[in-house]
Design a protein around this ligand. Sequence first.
Ligand SMILES: Cc1cc2nc3c(=O)[nH]c(=O)nc-3n(C[C@H](O)[C@H](O)[C@H](O)COP(=O)(O)OP(=O)(O)OC[C@H]3O[C@@H](n4cnc5c(N)ncnc54)[C@H](O)[C@@H]3O)c2cc1C
Length: 420
Amino acid sequence: MTKDQTFVIVGASLAGAKAAETLRAEGFAGRVVLIGAESERPYERPPLSKDYLRGEVGREKVYVHDESFYGENEIELVLGRTAVNLDPSVGEVTLDDGGRVRYDRLLLATGAEPRRLQIPGDALDGVLYLREVADSDALRGRLDRGGSVVVIGAGWIGAEVAASARQRGLDVTLVDPVGVPLERVLGAEVGAVYGDIHADHGVRMLMGTGVAAFEGSAAVERVRTSDGRTLDCDFVVVGVGVRPRTQLATQAGLHVDDGVVADEHLQTSAPGVFVAGDVALAHHPFYGRRVRVEHWANALHQGPVAARNMLGRQDAYDNLPYFFSDQYDVGMEYAGLASASDRVVFRGDPASREFIAFWLLEDRVVAGMNVGVWDVTDAIQRLIRRRVAVDDRRLADPGVPLEDLTLAAPGARHGQQEDS
Ligand SMILES: Cc1cc2nc3c(=O)[nH]c(=O)nc-3n(C[C@H](O)[C@H](O)[C@H](O)COP(=O)(O)OP(=O)(O)OC[C@H]3O[C@@H](n4cnc5c(N)ncnc54)[C@H](O)[C@@H]3O)c2cc1C
């Protein structure tokens, strides 16, 4: 790689910033241009629904790098600018101010954006979404004023916002068509544990119903549910999932599905164009299919792998999906990929809020979630990777070290393919 080359990264968040850092760490001496639509330098989003939202940590805690990092590493940070056109045939990106940037290699790290509800009253003041630091600031202002909030969507964002709002003393109602919080990811059995945690903290849960409308004169005053109830409130937070920001890639003619399609090297269908983070739908060697992961650790680790491959390496990204969540004083980590309907085995009593839940496909562990139990995610990940059959009783027994389970259990079925 020569000094004359220009590597452009579109999306100045976690994946993009870690990729820029890696390019320099690997000795790339050409131009690095990091373009971001937001006016903030790259920051991490997990605190936006947790301690930052509650006002327990300040803005300086959320940034990926110190302000001086970009200048010191000669990374050209172009903030408040959106890339509106990509032409891979000539290697050029056009920005919303008409500026053009030529590139030799490009990384798309455009992330994801909240799905928006389209129902009557959706434009009323006080109907809030949470993705950016400015959203978190606006929401924090509402928490400061107190009152009552209806949280629409009992996924991770909704559950964390509900917890933070309760911790700040607001009346919280959580509404979702599923039966228990987090049911879509964790299934009904493990989701029920989170249902109990929220109930214990005084969250009113209206499960099994959707939202029909927001009502109010200028600002939202009530939520009308699809089963005909009306819920008075001071504001609403909607957390009904995200969609990958694929517009630029689609317009450029790249292969796009539910994300920008890439091989295991994070190389897209356009030569010289790579992808990382929430927007990447990349072939995963362990699963043998494409996987898109909307979690912090994926952005953190995929950005550097993409950067190394931009420099000519052929590294495959095969980290297992991993994420964490904190609600009240309950912390958890989840590793692997399970379907909500997979069989669950608990190690420890879920009611104690210190346990591990394992999801199994036939006799193999495909995912594990440790709640209030720490330093076990590496062992859980090894168990998933080994693909050995395990015995339910040994899996459930806290007296059997997790490491011992990576050896085929006595009496368990053998013959599964192993991924050593
Ligand atoms: C409130 C909140 C809490 C979370 N908590 C957790 C958690 O506890 N655990 C966990 O594992 N994960 C959590 N996540 C998810 C995690 O933050 C994301 O997976 C991560 O931010 C993805 O990083 P990314 O760099 O791929 O994309 P993003 O963070 O989405 O950033 C993409 C950036 O690209 C910019 N952009 C997009 N298009 C363009 C364009 N055309 N031109 C210029 N710039 C563009 C966007 O403005 C944005 O700044 C949370 C997310 C949120 C919102």
